[in-house]
Design a protein around this ligand. Structure first.
Ligand code: SAJ
Length: 420
């Protein structure tokens, strides 16, 4: 079944762990990426991203000869597409990476292959790949044209949580949606080699929508918590206490308010649903807007605290400690991070203030903060000691040890409820 090997296209947070999982089953995998540096790093057994236990797994895969990477798509029995699906300026999905991957696969097809899309995608994308392949290879029968196609096509959305990928890639249940039931069966065979969770077969569009629904569910629930935080603030209540009490009801489980929703999944995927049904997706759109507005609210709170301290409008002579830059706790990933966005905004709006940025998981300030006259990388104790305003942006383990004594006399804005 896997005679000609497996080609994984896109060697990022999903593609690379999938290569590791497959090679651990003794399968031969060819990794493909457009980035030559990524390819040479992987061929040297090194991992260009930070994820627990991934380095050892990739090193082992490369030294055993089961994983090899290149910039060209080889002939294979299975093609697995794990490329990014960002959105364009107007929140419309950008399928150009999927289109490029399809174009690279098309000339390699001989008949009998299975093509699986793992990238999170708007409803109808798997069918679109089938249509693109039909244009590129009119000699082949594709599953949107025939019940007995030459090439099988399915969607199996990735569901792993950054920070726990090497656990969840095995243990999570997987949804496998085929353009035909036989497509789903063929694709499921690949996942049965390494997934210990259940494999749920369905059609491709339901699988696409299920994945978007999962992340939208979380986004809407975080928006609920964030709205609650703002209501409680207006009423002079502690939102964490209110949530703690409400969550003791057997059917209530409110998520945590925070400075906004970051990462490249939950803040993006709901827009794909909105783009598919703009008139209907009102709650989903409002949730997105609520979460996107959160960083601005936090910036205003900091400015309010500064004015209470008597600082001028440009923050003159005030020191602000920004604790955490990552998009969530205990990871080094700064992509789409509300914490980073807030720190940048404070640096822009308050040129007279000194901003001490603390991020224990990175070795240097990110480019967007580096070289600014009013921003300095700092270690946590020093930053807190120097600060007039302590702004907790990420609930990193490394910040938990701070005590009320350390924070005494400071204006404290704890966006994560870490110290309550
Ligand atoms: N956040 C809150 N409050 C909460 C939970 C999260 O403000 O109660 C914030 C986080 O701080 C972070 C953002 O939301 O900024 C997203 O974090 P997350 O841990 O909820 O999710 P991701 O983006 O790391 O991973 C999600 C996961 N999806 C779901 O849990 C439904 C993961 O399983 C998916 O594979 C991943 O998106 C993806 O790639 O789609």
């Amino acid at each position: 079944m896997f005679r000609n090997g497996i080609a994984v296209i896109g060697l990022g947070y999903i593609g690379l762990p999938t290569c590791a999982a497959l090679t651990q089953q003794g399968l031969t995998v060819h990794g493909v990426d457009v980035n030559e540096r990524t390819v040479s790093e992987i061929n040297a057994g090194r991992v260009p991203i930070v994820e627990p236990d991934l380095d050892e797994a990739i090193e082992e895969a490369v030294t055993s000869g089961r994983l090899q990477a290149s910039t060209r798509v080889p002939a294979a029995s299975y093609y697995l597409i794990a490329v990014p699906t960002p959105f364009k300026g107007d929140h419309e999905p950008d399928l150009s990476y999927i289109r490029s991957a399809t174009e690279a696969i098309a000339p390699r097809l001989r008949g009998g292959e299975v093509v699986i899309l793992e990238s999170t995608s708007p409803p109808g994308t798997t069918r679109k790949i089938s249509e693109w392949l039909a244009e590129l290879r009119p000699d082949l029968r594709l599953p949107h044209q025939s019940e007995r196609p030459d090439v099988h096509l399915a969607h199996c959305p990735e569901r792993v949580l950054p920070g726990r990928i090497m656990v969840e890639i095995f243990s999570n249940d997987r949804v496998v949606g085929g353009l035909t039931p036989a497509c789903a069966e063929r694709a499921a065979a690949l996942y049965r080699t390494f997934v210990t969770g259940e494999i749920l077969l369905t059609d491709a569009t339901s699988a696409e929508m299920a994945k978007l629904t999962e992340n939208s569910f979380r986004d809407v629930n975080i928006a609920f918590a964030n709205e609650l935080a703002e209501i409680c603030e207006e009423l002079g209540l502690d939102v964490w206490e209110v949530i703690r009490l409400a969550n003791r009801h057997p059917r209530v489980n409110i998520l945590n308010p925070g400075p906004g929703v970051g990462g490249h999944c939950i803040a993006v995927d709901p827009w794909f649903i909105v783009a598919s049904a703009p008139e209907r997706a009102r709650l989903i759109r409002t949730a997105r807007e609520t979460n996107d507005a959160r960083p601005h609210t936090i910036v205003s709170k900091v400015k309010g605290a500064l004015s209470e301290l008597g600082a001028g409008p440009d923050g003159e002579n005030a020191t602000i400690a920004c604790l955490g830059l990552a998009f969530k706790a205990d990871i080094d990933d700064l992509r789409e991070s509300p914490a980073l966005g807030i720190t940048e905004q404070l640096a822009n709006d308050l040129p007279g203030a000194t901003i001490l940025a603390v991020e224990p998981h990175v070795t240097a300030l990110p480019k967007s903060l580096h070289g600014r006259a009013n921003v300095f990388a700092a270690e946590v104790s020093y930053a807190v000691h120097e600060a007039d305003v302590v702004l907790l942006l990420v609930d990193h383990h490394a910040f938990k040890h701070l005590t009320l004594g350390d924070l005494e006399g400071k204006k404290v804005i704890d966006t994560r409820g870490l110290w309550r």
